[in-house]
Design a protein around this ligand. Structure first.
Ligand SMILES: Nc1ncnc2c1ncn2[C@@H]1O[C@H](COP(=O)(O)OP(=O)(O)OP(=O)(O)O)[C@@H](O)[C@H]1O
Ligand SMILES: [Mg+2]
Length: 431
């Protein structure tokens, strides 16, 4: 049986049962099917992507192929959902480069292209959160933001600190920190900040001055990240229903040690959301068992991660890896959905690739990357992946779509975005 809903639409990422039950509700228009190749490919049906259920979705492709652009198109579709759908969804975008805030502005630049698609430039409502201690950085660069986020200091366990400071249990600083955290917790419970830790470290009698100074210097560096506070941003605030939240981590540039801050942010956020969601699910189940009504307070959370190989690498540990693997493995039940974009599928943890149920790929030429995604080659794909890549148009915006639900493979053209593109390739020429 075909999964075509109407002649002009095709729904992907949704089971046939759900298509029959819900039709096109809670889907997003991401592009059109390419019906014939060549220099001027002919476009056919509209491709509507399911946004209602948790997925593990991957967007890959080489540099400049259109991954971030495609992610933005999907984000726009969340923004356009009617209220009753939107209030059940929450989108959190991890922005490592600082390109998604421009979605607040309409895409006047591609007005002509949009017109050809029957669309017009249109901004969407997003919330751009920046680290609470980095306000000057954004003000200096004239970058708009809508609020701050911070991590509750007590949510950092000893392993997190050791990871971020690149310490091991062999280092004397580690024992000192462990002791200190125990003491602070005894005294203050969970309400403490880095200053409290520093003051407590100074009082330690069991170690040398050098070790105390060494750890305190690290703590001062951590303080300068402007990330930790006594209370922290709550998960309810992060995962606000009906809200698209951009978590802007671009202030932590790619210098030594800084990349682990981004991992830490995603790791803690992922862990806390997972814990809260599991707890909530339990309460929900208990309510149902005792005859209550199913009332969902916490929306389905879509965590979108651009440059995902940085957080779920295939060849090293990352502070976010374990928790994201948990999302991949069991996120469906607690309503946790992932959208991962990467230019290096070869560098992305293989489990993310093998577990994905929705796969989009713009052009790729590196053999090792094509090999990495070939491992997902499902039974319904009867031509080898590399052949598919060989036939793809070179122009940006084309993508291979593999959909486990409909067991379909198709070449699609991603629609132009209606919001301003902040990720445009740097160009030495002035256009
Ligand atoms: N569907 C599309 N329609 C029109 N233009 C597109 C489309 N997709 C991509 N482009 C163009 O290609 C440019 C590069 O796209 P994008 O920034 O998404 O690449 P990327 O794959 O994320 O690259 P990188 O790996 O460097 O982050 C965009 O700025 C846009 O001009
Ligand atoms: Mg990109």
């Amino acid at each position: 049986m075909s999964l075509d809903f109407e002649d002009k639409d095709i729904i992907v990422g949704r089971t046939l049962d759900h298509i029959k039950k819900y039709g096109k509700t809670a889907t997003g228009y991401i592009g059109k099917v390419v019906v014939s190749g060549g220099d001027e490919p002919v476009l056919g049906k509209n491709v509507l992507m399911d946004l209602s259920r948790p997925h593990v979705a991957i967007i890959c492709g080489k540099r400049g192929g259109g991954k971030s652009y495609t992610m933005s198109v999907i984000i726009e579709e969340f923004a356009k959902q009617p209220f009753e759908v939107k209030e059940r969804l929450s989108v959190i975008v991890i922005d490592t480069v600082g390109i998604f805030w421009t979605m607040k502005y309409p895409n006047e630049e591609q007005k002509g292209l949009l017109e050809k698609w029957g669309l017009k430039p249109e901004a969407i409502d997003i919330r751009n959160l920046v680290p609470f201690g980095k306000k000057e950085f954004y003000s200096m660069k004239n970058l708009p933001y809508d609020g701050y986020f911070s991590i509750k200091t007590s949510q950092m366990d000893i392993e997190d600190w050791l990871g971020i400071f690149r310490l091991t249990w062999k280092d004397q600083e580690s024992a000192l920190l462990s002791r200190t955290l125990e003491k602070i917790k005894e005294k203050t419970g969970t309400l403490y900040d880095i200053n409290d830790i520093i003051n407590e470290i100074k009082k330690d009698q069991e170690t040398t001055k050098d070790v105390i100074n060494s750890l305190n210097n690290r703590m001062l560096v951590a303080k300068s990240w402007g990330l930790f506070s006594k209370t922290g941003t709550t998960m309810k605030e992060f995962a606000k229903p009906g809200t698209i939240t951009i978590v802007d981590t671009s202030t932590y540039k790619e210098s030594i040690g800084m990349e682990s801050i981004k991992e830490l942010i995603v790791g803690i956020l992922g862990k806390r959301l997972y814990e809260e969601r599991m707890l909530y699910r339990k309460e929900e189940e208990m309510g149902l068992v005792s005859g209550g009504r199913k009332e969902s307070e916490m929306p389905i959370v879509w965590l979108m991660i651009d440059e995902a190989h940085m957080f779920m690498p295939s060849d090293r540990q990352s502070m976010a890896l374990d928790v994201l693997l948990q999302w991949v493995r069991v996120g469906r039940q607690p309503g946790l959905s992932l959208l991962l974009a990467t230019q290096r599928p070869n560098k992305l943890h293989s489990e993310a690739i093998s577990q994905c149920d929705f796969f989009l790929s713009t052009r790729m030429t590196a053999q090792e990357d094509i090999m990495a995604v070939s491992t997902i080659r499902p039974s319904y794909l009867n031509i080898p992946m590399d052949k598919f890549y060989g036939q793809m148009p070179k122009e940006q915006g084309y993508a291979i779509l593999l959909d486990d639900n409909s067991e379909k493979v198709m070449l699609i053209k991603i629609r132009p975005r209606t919001t301003w593109d902040g990720g445009k390739t740097a160009n030495v020429f002035i256009d």
